[in-house]
Ligand binder design. Sequence first.
Ligand code: ASP
Length: 309
Amino acid sequence: MAGILVTNSEGTPGVGRTAEMLAAGAGGLDAIEAGIRLVEADTSIRTVGRGGWPNLLGEVELDAAMIDGNTFRSGAVGALKGFLHPITIARQVLEQLPHEMLVGEGAARFAREIGAATSDNLIPDSERVWREWFAANVSEEDREKWPDVPLADLCQQAIDPEKGMDTTVFLSLDEQAEIMAGVSTSGWAWKYPGRLGDSPIIGAGCYADSRFGAAACTGAGEMTIRAGTSRAIVLYMKMGLSLEKAVDEAIDDLRQLRGGLIQRVTIHAIDKTGAHRVVAVNATEQLTYWLWREGDDAPHAEPVELVAL
Ligand code: ASP
């Protein structure tokens, strides 16, 4: 077993910090939380935390989750508004509550209760793009009644926002041979208010089991929720499949989905031996991810394997 850290390219602001902490013997949950906090606070990452894209109403709603692969305790928050570090609030759900997930006003209430840092997450550039969209797409009549208008048709545009969607995902196997995962996102730009993606859904957006491995997904959360992708990969490994084959099976599961918003997904997976695989399904460009292995001086970027459905 050799320690390993895999993050996607959105993890850039935090991957170095997480790797340093793992190299110094920190536990995976602490190291992942510290790294994701840096991503959430970095406004150049437009799909995570402050600087993330807003929903249809121009409000930034954030989702995040962590899972401890030893105890299977998880903590998730969804559709959270007004806080800088959803990953820390998710961690505290894991640490303090007899629940696994809080959403919306309840998540915000808990965040206030633990003294979490507040933040205006809609940065001026996101507001500008949203206002341009609003001006071009919302009818005169609806503008007068806004926001009390039907949003169902407008939310079809969440399929093709200006800058799309993404998430940051972190998977670690630490010095204690413990496997952990954490994810954080603003979800799809122009999503229906209250929409949860896969990130806060344990088993869809991420899963970890220190006996076998971990997986986390980015891309169309609607797909990985339907296929239970992250849990499936770990379960396939439990049933004896190699990491390689487990990911192949999960891709085959995605291939079976019919109807709905079939788009792109990137799967990140590690196993207990320190092996890993990162595959993008239906990607329109070459993607990279960050890899750090015990003994490496620093994380380095690797090309993502591309597969078409
Ligand atoms: N999976 C995220 C979601 O569906 C978005 C993404 O990673 O692209 O909210």
